[in-house]
Design a binder for this molecule. Structure first.
Ligand SMILES: C[S@@+](CC[C@H](N)C(=O)[O-])C[C@H]1O[C@@H](n2cnc3c(N)ncnc32)[C@H](O)[C@@H]1O
Length: 286
């Protein structure tokens, strides 16, 4: 096998890809059938090269002989790259505009108290940087306005067990927290000996992690803010629309959805209108 990625898939490749996907579906409950084939083909090729297999057919034999390779393949198929406050101007917009809008929506003007708990969903949360960034933003805002912290709940879901395990621990390297703006650094406990940073308990307590497949599993209901960023890249156009509908259903009226900076959706469901095009923010209008 050449050590570059072939640009075209042959009919034989298609046959062996189907064998792999059927196995992932029946044994691991992972349905990649509607993911972009070109994307999957590229990712699988990294594993083919890594295992020194000579072809896709040879790699399928390798998988059968070494079942532990399935986990490495799943890892390769689900890229888990994330960072705290990824695209910091988007998170500034969340802090300056969106959180304020949601709070104002629920605040009782006479008593100044929130009438309802705010529910946030980070879908495709990877190693937890995204939901923890949100928890820090809400904590800062709530502290400024004297709102009790238990008035927000953040659900963080992902398909990948290993990512969720790291996310639940909430321990990051000093390098990993470099993107955290100065004002939020206080929410970490630094261990200079181990060169690691732990997310403070009060931030961790706001976030619950759960395994869930955006394609197959039901979405939560009555959500005020959904972040589903850099997840759509895996999906075919049809699947993107299906998931957009699912996310629209999950939102409360006036709720917000934020996609990744480079993700664009043509023909979003009519109840979702563009709230800010630059930051890929939608709002549910009915
Ligand atoms: C590139 S990371 C994005 C993390 C974070 N949202 C961000 O923008 O930094 C994509 C995440 O989506 C998850 N993912 C991929 N397909 C998924 C699915 N069908 N259901 C739930 N999570 C999925 C992957 O496991 C991965 O952790």
């Amino acid at each position: 096998m050449p050590n570059h990625i072939p640009s075209r898939m042959t009919a034989e490749d298609g046959y062996y890809l189907d064998i792999i996907f059927n196995h992932l579906k029946s044994r691991h409950n992972l349905d990649f059938s509607q993911y972009r084939k070109s994307y999957l083909y590229r990712r699988i090729h990294f594993r083919i090269l890594h295992t020194k297999s000579s072809s896709l057919k040879d790699y399928v034999s390798f998988l059968f002989a070494h079942p532990e390779e399935y986990l490495k393949l799943i890892d390769a198929l689900t890229i888990n790259v994330s960072e705290f406050f990824r695209d910091k101007e988007v998170f500034k917009f969340v802090s300056d505009v969106i959180v304020k809008e949601i709070i104002n929506n629920y605040i009782d003007p006479t008593t100044g108290t929130l009438q309802k708990k705010i529910f946030v969903w980070s879908a495709g949360a990877s190693h937890g940087q995204e939901p923890y960034s949100l928890a820090m933003i809400f904590t800062k805002k709530f502290q400024e306005r004297g709102i009790p912290l238990d008035m927000v709940r953040i659900l963080a879901t992902d398909i990948d067990d290993k990512s969720l395990e790291k996310a639940r621990q909430g321990i990051y390297t000093s390098k990993e927290i470099e993107t955290v703006p100065f004002t939020y650094k206080k929410f970490f406990q630094l261990d200079s000996l181990k060169k690691e940073a732990r997310v403070e308990e009060k931030i961790k307590n706001l976030v619950s992690f759960s395994k869930s497949n955006l394609v197959l599993d039901p979405a939560p209901n009555y959500v005020d803010l959904i972040l589903c960023r850099n997840v759509f890249i895996y999906f075919s156009k049809e699947l993107q629309l299906k998931i957009m509908n699912k996310l629209a259903q999950a939102l409360n009226k006036k709720g917000f959805l934020i996609l990744g900076k480079i993700e664009s959706i043509f023909n979003p469901p009519p109840e979702l209108v563009v709230f800010n095009n630059l930051h890929k923010v939608f709002r549910k209008v009915r």
